[in-house]
Ligand binder design. Sequence first.
Ligand SMILES: C[S@@+](CC[C@H](N)C(=O)[O-])C[C@H]1O[C@@H](n2cnc3c(N)ncnc32)[C@H](O)[C@@H]1O
Length: 209
Amino acid sequence: MRYKKYFRKTSFKQKGVGDFFLKEVLLKKPKTFLEVGVFHGVTARNICELLYTIHKDEFKYIGLDLFEKNDQNKNEVIPSTNFTNPLKSIYFKYIKKQNPYSIEAVKELLIKYKKNVHLIRGNSNTVLKNIDMKKIDFVFLDGGHTYETVMNDLEACADTLKNGGTVLCDDYNLGHAPGVKNSIDDYVKKNKLNCRILCDGRFAKIEKN
Ligand SMILES: C[S@@+](CC[C@H](N)C(=O)[O-])C[C@H]1O[C@@H](n2cnc3c(N)ncnc32)[C@H](O)[C@@H]1O
C-alpha cells in the first residue's frame, strides 16, 4: 500500500518515508493503534486504510492532538499549518471553509472509519495517563518534541511495551529538536529496551528485549 497525502500537510514530506512507515505497521498488523500528534490526519487516514485491508472492521485507531494553539499549550511545538501550495490554502479557506488542523476536519477525513476511530483533543502530558495502554499494540509517537514531553509519552507507553507492543518514534535525528533523541536514548537505556534506528535515523523503534 502506498502512502497518500490527501491534499493536506503531513510529517512525511520526503519521498518514500510514508511507504516505509506503512511497511513497519504492516509487519506488526496491530489491532489497536495509538497516534500521538495527529495534525491534519494524513497518517491517521493511511493507517485506517491499511488496518482495514488487514482486519476489516476489527481494528481501533485512537488519535490524540492539541488541535489548537492556546494559552495552556503555548510551550508545545505545533508545526506551521500554513500551506506552501496556494491551491491548498484556497481549497480549505474558500471551498471547504475548514481549518484542516481541527478535530472536526480530521473527523471528516476519517469518516469512512468512524466506527473504528476515537479522536481526543488534549495534551499528551495529561491525556495518556487516562488511556489503558495495555490494550494498545502499536504507538506512533509524533506529538510534542521537547525532552520532557517525549519522556512523558514514552513513560506512558510502559504497559504497551511490557505486553509485547511496539512504540515507533518519529524525528529521532531531527537536528532542531534534540530533545527527541536525548529522551529516547535515556528511556531505552534506563529500561533496558531494544531500540532500532530506522530509515536513515528518522525513526526509533522501541520494543522489549
Ligand atoms: C509533527 S505533527 C504530527 C504529524 C502527523 N503525525 C503526521 O504524520 O502527519 C505534531 C503534532 O503534535 C501535536 N502536539 C504537540 N505537542 C503535543 C502534546 N503535548 N500533546 C498532544 N499533541 C501534541 C501538534 O499539535 C501537531 O499537530
